[in-house]
Design a binder for this molecule. Structure first.
Ligand SMILES: [Zn+2]
Length: 281
């Protein structure tokens, strides 16, 4: 077990986290979540729901169906997602008498898949803890350890660590000349957002990875982590100027600052959106 796992395991203090680790006989929360999600996959296959679960992208609503919980898309919803109960009486709480509601308005399919997977995380945790009567209903967006656990379950459900690691080996991520392109590939195969794919690669393969999704049209940053935005912008502008027309990916080295930048255009976001990946030396 790595020291990272040990530190993480130590940070999780709720009864739910303890029960999860006890159930799978692990003192690492990451391992326990991987085991829990593996077991869900086996149950999905045993039920014969394997069509949308034989290979990625994995459909989290199939796992919700395993719990007998339907998924409904709502045009406007205060939260990204929530679990609504069909029984108004709090003493009658049963998992199978709930429904997952997901915000539809202005949300990408990848964002919705993540929200459903997060709510499935709540279903799994309720089942493990067995607190069916007292369970309060989770809403995406609230900061707590349970929310963090559900986020981890969601990521493992959509892009299992084992499979992402194997794929990164196969495409030889560490030696690849275009790391941004590799991240886009991960996002496409698992049908997750570029943000989730980037974080997953950082977590699994390259802790020095920093990424920025930039919109060159209106000079805005969609999101970034592990990078200093301003110097990266300067590099991107230089790349744009020096690039020959039609090239969608290229790289730059800045030895002075010890970074490698790899840029990749991704038209699904915007014709001028680029993913820049930076490895700090
Ligand atoms: Zn939640």
């Amino acid at each position: 077990m790595s020291s990272t796992c040990r530190r993480r395991a130590h940070r999780f203090r709720t009864k739910t986290a303890r029960k999860l680790m006890e159930k799978y006989g692990s003192d690492s929360i990451d391992d326990a979540i991987a085991c829990g999600v593996d077991e869900l996959r086996r149950r999905v296959r045993a039920k014969g729901f394997c069509n949308r679960f034989a290979s990625p992208p994995y459909d989290p609503s199939v796992v919700a169906a395993l719990f007998g919980v339907p998924v409904r898309k709502e045009e406007s919803l205060r939260y990204e997602g929530q679990i609504a109960r069909l029984d108004p009486d709090p003493d009658l709480f049963r998992i199978e008498r709930t429904t997952i509601q997901v915000r539809n308005e202005g949300r990408s399919p990848q964002r919705q898949r993540y929200t459903i997977a997060h709510e499935v995380g709540h279903l799994l945790l309720w089942e493990i803890v067995g607190q069916s009567r007292k369970a309060h209903l989770g809403r995406t967006g609230r900061e707590s350890e349970i929310e963090r656990l559900c986020d981890m379950i969601a990521v493992e459900l959509l892009a299992p660590a084992k499979e992402v690691r194997a794929l990164l080996e196969k495409i030889n991520f560490l030696a690849s000349a275009n790391k941004a392109h590799c991240i886009v590939k991960i996002a496409r195969i698992f049908d997750v957002s570029l943000f989730l794919a980037s974080l997953r690669v950082k977590e699994i393969r390259e802790p020095r990875l920093g990424c920025m999704l930039a919109n060159l049209m209106n000079e805005t940053v969609e999101w970034s982590f592990g990078v200093e935005e301003n110097p990266l912008w300067d590099e991107l502008r230089n790349l744009e100027e020096s690039a020959s027309s039609g090239r969608s990916s290229y790289q730059a080295f800045n030895r002075k600052r010890g970074i490698v930048i790899q840029r990749f255009s991704w038209t699904r976001v915007s014709p001028k959106a680029v993913l820049a990946a930076q490895i700090s030396m």
